[in-house]
Design a protein around this ligand. Structure first.
Ligand SMILES: [Zn+2]
Length: 86
């Protein structure tokens, strides 16, 4: 039996070790809940948290939070306008 197996076999010790591990992502996309940052960055994301509520233009009514790059494209300020190249 390895040292790891012995440690993990002791329930109190195992609980103690797992209590230090992260259960929730540091940054999670508010739309699709994709993990953007766990301990390290997992995927590109945009944090939209302006100091003031923007009332006009394409940012008006946009929900504050973290968006993965995919949702920023579909749900972000440019999503509804699309990006058409003619
Ligand atoms: Zn997303």
């Amino acid at each position: 039996m390895s040292a790891c197996e012995i440690v993990m076999g002791i329930e109190d010790l195992r609980k103690e070790i797992f209590s230090y591990l992260r259960k929730k992502a540091k940054v999670e996309c508010i739309i699709c809940k994709r993990v953007c940052v766990w301990d390290k960055k997992v995927c590109n994301y945009i944090t939209y948290k302006p100091n003031i509520q923007i009332q006009y233009g394409i940012f008006a009514g946009l929900v504050f939070g973290d968006y993965c790059i995919r949702c920023w494209g579909t749900h972000g300020p440019f999503g509804t306008y699309g990006c058409t190249i003619n």
